[in-house]
Design a protein around this ligand. Sequence first.
Ligand code: PGA
Length: 248
Amino acid sequence: MRRKVIAGNWKMNMLPDETIKFIEEFAPLVKDTENEVILCVPYTDLFYALLTAQNTNIKIGAQNMHFEETGAYTGEVSGKMLKSINVEYVIIGHSERRQYFNETDESVNKKIKSAFKYGLKPIVCVGETLEQRETGKTEEIITKQTELALEGLTNEQVENTIIAYEPIWAIGTGKTATKEDANNSIKAIRNKIAEIYGQTIANSVIIQYGGSVKSSNAKELFEMSDIDGGLVGGASLKPEEFSKIVNS
Ligand code: PGA
């Protein structure tokens, strides 16, 4: 059986002192969970988060990285740099990065390869816009994004990639996909992986749902056959609320 992975995506929120306070409060609330718990924090909080989360079951991730190892890329941070301070996870291709920072399927693919090269575990986001959904293109879009993201990876790397299905219209809007819709989209992604890499690998890939997950809807979503946890934005900023999601 696949494990459940619940990751918080803090986006551009939280200062170091808030990060330390959050983790001190949050850690005891989730210490008994069997689910994997990850906090993806801003670069400036990484070091504090890693220190505070030592000796807990909370894992720490970044929210982006550059695909090159070093070089003249002002303002960027590489996978090698993240690994050097023991960051374990990295979100790649979040829709906000695709929308505001020109992230493309090609750069997403390069970043995933670079993440694996430096021993980071990627959480790769795919998802359709409202227009794409309304014109019946959801499945086509998300399976294509998945295929391009995973292109050229080894079977083992595919198995170790976490995919987050996040319908863009559901992010930060309070609108959640119905559990059936979310499950069907995730099944479509899994079928595409099976088509290319085989059913055994497809069965072991963790595929999360993201988009307005909160404590009131987490349980019904996570109970679905193909939803292996969630990528949580707004509701991951409050220790108690996020702990309820993790413990769902
Ligand atoms: P949300 O964000 O939970 O605030 O909708 C999810 C995400 O963007 O990962």
